[in-house]
Design a protein around this ligand. Structure first.
Ligand SMILES: Nc1ncnc2c1ncn2[C@@H]1O[C@H](COP(=O)(O)OP(=O)(O)O)[C@@H](O)[C@H]1O
Ligand SMILES: [Mg+2]
Length: 299
């Protein structure tokens, strides 16, 4: 059974996530990720300069901010795909700074990309298998323990098929990833991320370029991750979407965190409205992306 109909009743929000007054860098009751003084510049441009940030465990946090705010760069830094000029951060209490991406993923922190990285010349199923945790260093394992290795292979395949079914991609398992639609590729990338049994899933614009018919199911999948006990951090421009599924919102502008809080509170924050809209302060953020012409009211 899956609760893949988020439209029918509003998802239950997690509350009581922070300690003290909500604002940039506010402490969380149970943070899964804690970052300090993380900065990265490109030439003279400071892309990221985050003083302190805590991501609450077991909740859905949206990272929002105008284009160029540094959201993707922050994702790259926290997941080991890029190196910061300074800073430290920990995941579930382990120091992560300087760890390469594959080790970060093995510790349970995975991410997807704004532009999908599914390997087009591999099939959907092969892409899934590549997402499994114990893929590296297998050749030795394989030659010393062939039967154990076969058992592991079978388990990986079973898990892949099960996740593909959940994402309604099972019929496409033998198709090349290159033949999928943009939306299906986004689904595949998310499905593949789950192969490593992560505890923190970071999604960079999971809905971007996805056909509206698929956004509802993507939304359901994100809610399901939380229902299964995972923590989600996702970048999204659509404020209706953010309002609907996020428990907590972190706002970046010009590399810094400028606001944090529950969705309804943050979206009324003047600094946030300014960062997005310049002088048009009476425009509802729900219509910023144009995906929804009329805000459906606050929930
Ligand atoms: N590899 C890079 N080289 C030079 N500048 C970069 C690079 N990556 C990002 N930037 C710059 O850093 C800033 C933040 O970019 P990015 O993190 O992609 O923002 P966002 O994801 O919030 O739209 C932008 O000004 C962007 O042009
Ligand atoms: Mg980006």
């Amino acid at each position: 059974m899956s609760n893949s109909n988020p439209g029918e009743k509003p998802p239950e929000k997690s509350t009581g996530l922070h300690i003290g007054e909500a604002g940039p860098g506010v402490k969380k009751v149970d943070p899964i990720l804690v970052a300090d003084h993380v900065s990265r510049s490109f030439g003279g441009l400071t892309a990221v300069d985050v003083e302190h940030l805590e991501i609450p465990r077991g909740a859905i946090t949206a990272l929002i901010g105008p284009n160029g705010a540094g959201k993707t760069t922050l994702f790259n830094l926290l997941t080991g795909f890029d190196k910061p000029d300074s800073g430290s951060w920990s995941f579930s209490g382990s120091d992560l700074a300087g760890l390469p991406a594959h080790k970060v993923a093995r510790m349970g922190q995975v991410r997807t990309f704004q532009l999908t990285k599914a390997l087009g010349l591999l099939t959907v199923l092969e892409n899934m298998k590549l997402g499994a945790k114990n893929q590296t260093g297998e050749s030795l394992f394989k030659s010393i323990f062939p039967s154990l290795w076969k058992k592991q292979e079978a388990e990986i395949e079973a898990r892949a098929l099960e996740i593909l079914e959940r994402f309604r991609l099972l019929k496409l398992k033998d198709d090349f990833a290159a033949s999928l639609s943009g939306g299906q590729r986004k689904l595949l990338e998310m499905a593949r991320a789950l192969m490593s049994e992560p505890t923190l899933v970071m999604l960079d614009e999971p809905m971007a370029g996805v056909n509206p018919a698929l956004t509802e199911s993507l939304l359901g999948h994100i809610l399901n991750l939380k229902a299964q006990g995972m923590t989600v951090l996702f970048v999204e421009h659509d404020m209706q979407m953010v309002r609907h599924i996020a428990d907590w919102v972190v706002v970046m502008a010009e590399g810094c965190v400028i606001a944090e809080g529950p969705p309804d509170v943050v979206m009324k924050n003047e600094a946030v409205v300014d960062a997005y809209l310049g002088s048009h302060q009476d425009v509802d953020l729900g219509v910023v992306t144009g995906r929804f012409t009329e805000p459906k009211g606050t929930s």
